[in-house]
Write a protein that binds this ligand. Structure first.
Ligand code: FMN
Length: 179
């Protein structure tokens, strides 16, 4: 990848993965990106759970009703949790960590997808967070933000198009109402 701008525009959510492992070095590099991500007051309230076991991935793919299917076929998932007692802005901290790992994966040529867990429900209206906690033995007071799926890409996605940036979302100097 040439530069950060290209990396940003080339990253797309990848939901289909080859049946191929991710090297240990790449997993380490991706986790380093999460561990190096900035956090409010440098509290670093997150914990990352690395899951490779196929049965566990299958169970996690059913943690919510919609949108968790990529977990089933990914090579590895990183479950992003945080301790809300360590930081009142744990959502922001855990989001930045998820995104940092996603971008690092892209830089390594790997596919990834952010699977939302917080505020999501399964088909019986149980909280997806509770389901993930039960599957992985996460304590009740630890929150689960997301699951980052990772794997070798098995689908081609076009890069984002600079022409499609919503410049009307940018206001110069003061808020400008939409016409
Ligand atoms: C906060 C957040 C939650 C997301 N949750 C899911 C999800 O649960 N399942 C899924 O397949 N994709 C999920 N995505 C991926 C988005 O659908 C995707 O980023 C968006 O459609 C733009 O497509 P792109 O990533 O290919 O550019 C999520 C992305 C973000 C940032």
């Amino acid at each position: 990848m040439k530069n950060f701008h290209d990396l940003l525009f080339n990253r797309r959510s990848i939901r289909k993965y080859k049946d191929e492992e991710i090297s240990g070095d790449d997993v380490t590099t991706i986790l380093q990106a999460g561990l190096a991500s900035p956090s409010s007051k440098n509290r670093r309230p997150w914990n990352f759970i690395v899951v490779e076991d196929k049965k566990t991935l299958e169970a996690l793919s059913k943690c919510k009703e919609f949108g968790a299917r990529p977990i089933e076929s990914c090579a590895l998932a990183i479950v992003v949790t945080a301790d809300p007692f360590e930081s009142d802005v744990w959502v922001e901290d855990a989001s930045i960590a998820t995104f940092a790992m996603q971008m690092q994966a892209e830089d390594l040529g790997l596919g990834s997808c952010w699977i939302q867990v917080r505020e999501r429900f399964d088909r019986d209206a149980n909280l997806a967070e509770d389901n993930v906690r039960a599957i992985l033995g996460i304590p009740d007071d630890i929150r689960v933000l997301s699951i980052l799926t990772l794997g070798h890409k098995d689908e081609e996605r076009k890069p984002l198009n600079e022409e499609e940036c919503l410049w009307e979302k940018v206001h110069i100097g003061h808020w400008r109402a939409q016409e």
